[in-house]
Design a protein around this ligand. Structure first.
Ligand code: G3H
Ligand code: 13P
Ligand code: NA
Ligand code: ZN
Length: 308
């Protein structure tokens, strides 16, 4: 069934593992993710951005996720990723989403609280859960100093106050991750001390890590080998994600790794089969690559296999 993340997060918190939140944009991506989760008996969060809704058409995306639920029998959360206003959150709640993110993190603290609170009130009246964000997810140089960190990263005392005042169900925090394939200039580094402080101030509370793709070198290399040009890509090392999952992070967001797997497989297929023009061949190979990527995440990084 379509479910909220409430029970999933409480089990993930207690078990020191995390649930994968995968961005979906089309049928092959959804099928690859769901096939892996089904085989590994893992719960799933399928998340949809405003860009995904624009690309695929909101009705098509919703129906594809419903098909995934019907076909797999898995508990699946349908989540709005980075909702930028009350209105888009309300629209998704009214459309049947079971979870929405209101991302007012670029607003001043008090405004973030006010906007988030308004979304929480509407969502909760409909049985829907809400994720919010505090802090900035900007890419940070590895020689960043303490005051620059304090300005961008999530302030632990503010996080506790924010959660208390808004009643939000989960909170995305900034500790050094960022979106996309270029996360670190030098050595990857996350502020685990800060994460520990946040977790300590909010025992039992589910935290969310955005920008958590690993950017596996083998997929970047495959892209580059078959005509791509993705130099210097670097993600969050797997052991850091496992550590985060043991420190209160219950939801780990992954989009870039899916994009890389799909693109690498399609580039390879087209390059090795120049006479082929049946999209089912290269899209099928892309779908298989997504499935293997997600299986790897579930078993080796998230630890949410054999959940059901
Ligand atoms: O946080 C961003 C996600 O990777 C979604 O990206 O807005 O291009 O769909 P998008
Ligand atoms: P990545 O770009 O690291 O995959 O992060 C995705 C994300 O946070 C979606 O909200
Ligand atoms: Na999100
Ligand atoms: Zn994000």
């Amino acid at each position: 069934p379509l479910v909220t993340s409430k029970e999933l997060f409480s089990r993930a918190y207690d078990g020191n593992f995390a649930i994968g939140a995968f961005n979906v944009n089309n049928m092959e991506i959804i099928q690859g993710i769901v096939d892996a989760a089904k085989e590994e008996k893992a719960p799933l969060i399928l998340q949809v951005s405003a860009g995904a809704r624009k690309y695929a058409n909101p009705t098509y995306l919703k129906k594809l996720v419903e098909a995934a639920v019907e076909d797999s029998g898995l508990p699946i959360v349908l989540h709005l990723d980075h909702g930028e206003s009350y209105d888009i959150c309300k629209q998704c709640i009214d459309d049947g989403f079971t979870s929405v993110m209101i991302d007012a993190s670029h607003h001043p603290f008090e405004e973030n609280i006010a906007i988030t609170k308004k979304v929480v009130e509407y969502a909760h009246s409909k049985g829907v859960v809400v994720e919010a964000e505090l802090g900035r997810l900007a890419g940070i140089e590895d020689d960043v100093n303490v005051s620059e960190k304090d300005a961008a990263y999530t302030n632990p005392e503010q996080a506790a106050e924010f959660v208390k005042k808004t009643g939000v169900d989960s909170l995305a925090i900034a500790i050094g991750t960022s979106h996309g394939a270029y996360k670190f200039k030098g050595e990857p580094q996350l502020d685990f001390e800060r994460l520990q402080k946040i977790a300590k101030l909010m025992p039992g509370y589910p935290l969310v890590l955005h920008g958590a793709s690993t950017v596996l070198p083998e997929f970047v290399e495959l892209c580059n080998k078959f005509g791509g040009d993705i130099p210097g890509a670097q993600g969050v090392p797997e052991e850091m994600l496992r550590k985060a999952a043991s420190l209160g992070v219950c939801k780990i967001n992954i989009d870039t790794d899916l994009r890389l797997a799909l693109t690498a497989a399609i580039r390879k297929s087209l390059s090795e089969n120049p006479g082929n023009f049946d999209p089912r061949k290269y899209l099928g190979e892309g779908r298989t690559a997504i499935k293997e990527m997600v299986r790897h995440k579930i078993v080796n990084v998230l630890g949410c296999n054999n959940f059901l």
